[in-house]
Design a protein around this ligand. Structure first.
Ligand code: IMP
Length: 431
């Protein structure tokens, strides 16, 4: 069996730096597969000083002669996709990159985005509180998928089916807009024309990703499944309801990337050296004062998709150990270690106190976790600039101890350390 079928996921609340790790790994990978989420993601890759942000496209698009797959588990906003492909430099055709979009991926329609915004407004107004979604229509699109009334990528090139599906969708949605929210609904003809236009654009990329991936494995190719968001935003395993609407954990790769669980060989968890979160919801190690501001400033912690300032705080080993278990992480890619240089009073959380009880394990209960208070371990800090370190031994002792603490706590090897934003700013100790 090929021993190079890997899945890479975020081990925290997203924004761990997955894009740059995929970009580093893509050097030795033939096929990169995105398996969930949509344009809510923002994967930043910096190559030769130039910043590229991928929202829907897999982060392997900048390497020549690769196949990049948008799997069945995604929800695609065709306008975003068009924009992203248009902005690609170099162009995929020029460097031999093949983009394949699964027939079965779902399409985010304008009514999904409108519903997303209206539902957030309603939650703010009725006291249940907003989730802080990215406003990209993700939740409503997945709702339609599971309600079996979604529009799939393949429908965009089948005019009759498309019209029928849009008619059925609008018969359900328009009364919601008009009667519940008191806003105008959508016009069938306009939507149909728009979607047909998307179909023309998407057609050259459409295909059967299941067969493609199977054939790639049969011919001994290396495949990397790229997750979006993070474990604690997972619909089942995250801090529900402050989560996204897809399976961001490694198991999601099997369903959204179309490959049986037994065929994966390695699970790489991407872990930021501290924690961040965008949107609402529990975040036990959040630092709202000076420390949080410094982490945000040093780490440029502003959303790649929405520009929102990210909430920042200390590394949470309780949550990380949970992510290790839920995903079966057997290798850690640690990002942004350089951001901790010069941060005094460094701390990591290795237990919670919840209603007078000490918890060493992360409780998957929304009710319990909301009252978690961190119990910290103080760590010696370092002030040297580590961005030029290229070997583990180049790091100051305090930084090495920080990495070793993560390994000891999780019993997982740290195989890659990010010490700066660029492709080359990496210490690789081997996957
Ligand atoms: P949605 O995915 O737009 O529905 O948003 C649900 C929650 O997930 C919100 O708290 C978002 O801020 C968060 N979220 C969605 N995508 C990302 C991401 O790529 N990085 C970090 N947070 C995200």
């Amino acid at each position: 069996m090929n021993d190079r079928v890997r899945v890479l996921i975020g081990a925290q609340w997203g924004d761990e730096g997955k894009g740059r790790v995929v970009d580093v790994l893509a050097k030795d990978v033939d096929v990169v597969v995105r398996f969930q989420g949509g344009a809510n993601a923002g994967h930043t890759v910096v190559v030769e000083g130039r910043k590229h942000v991928f929202h829907i496209l897999p982060s392997g698009m900048l390497y020549p002669d690769r196949t990049c797959v948008i799997g069945n588990g995604l929800v695609i906003d065709p306008e975003e996709l068009k924009k992203e492909i248009g902005e690609l430099d170099p162009k995929p055709e020029a460097i031999g990159v093949k983009l394949l979009i699964s027939y079965a991926a779902h399409i985010v329609m304008p009514y999904h985005k409108k519903l997303d915004a209206l539902a957030e407004e309603a939650r703010s107004a009725n006291g249940s509180g907003p989730i802080g979604t990215t406003g990209r229509g993700i939740g409503p699109c997945y709702v339609d998928k599971y309600n079996r009334i979604g529009v799939r990528a393949e429908d965009l090139v089948s005019p009759e089916i498309l019209r029928k599906k849009l008619l059925a969708a609008l018969q359900e949605k328009n009364p919601i807009f008009e009667k519940i929210y008191g806003v105008p609904g959508f016009d069938l003809d306009e939507l149909y024309e728009l979607a047909l236009g998307w179909g023309k654009f998407i057609e050259p990329y459409l295909g059967d990703s299941t067969l493609e991936i199977d054939a790639a494995i049969a011919s001994g190719k290396n495949i990397l499944f790229e997750g979006a968001q993070g474990t604690l935003l997972d619909i089942d395993h995250g801090t529900y309801p402050f989560v996204t609407s897809s399976s961001c954990v490694s198991g999601g790769a099997s369903i959204g990337g179309a490959l049986g669980p037994g065929r994966f060989n390695q699970v790489i968890g991407v872990v930021k050296a501290y924690c961040t979160r965008v949107g609402e919801g529990p975040f036990p190690t959040e630092e709202r004062g000076e420390v949080g501001d410094k982490l945000r400033k040093n780490g440029v912690e502003f959303g790649a998709t929405t520009g929102r300032p990210r909430r920042c705080g200390w590394l949470d080993l309780v949550a990380l150990n949970y992510a290790v278990k839920v995903n079966g992480i057997d290798s850690i890619a640690l990002t942004k270690l350089d951001v901790l240089s010069g941060i005094d009073g460094l701390k990591v959380c290795d237990a919670y106190e919840i209603d007078g009880v000490k918890y060493s394990a992360f409780p998957n209960s929304a009710t319990i976790i909301q009252n978690a208070k961190p119990i910290y371990r103080e760590m010696p800090s370092w002030s040297d600039d580590i961005s030029r370190c290229r070997a583990f031994g180049d790091l100051p002792k305090e930084a090495r101890d920080y990495v070793r603490l993560i390994e000891d706590s999780t019993s997982v090897k740290v195989s890659l350390i990010g010490v700066g934003p660029g492709r080359e700013d990496t210490i690789q100790t081997g996957f």
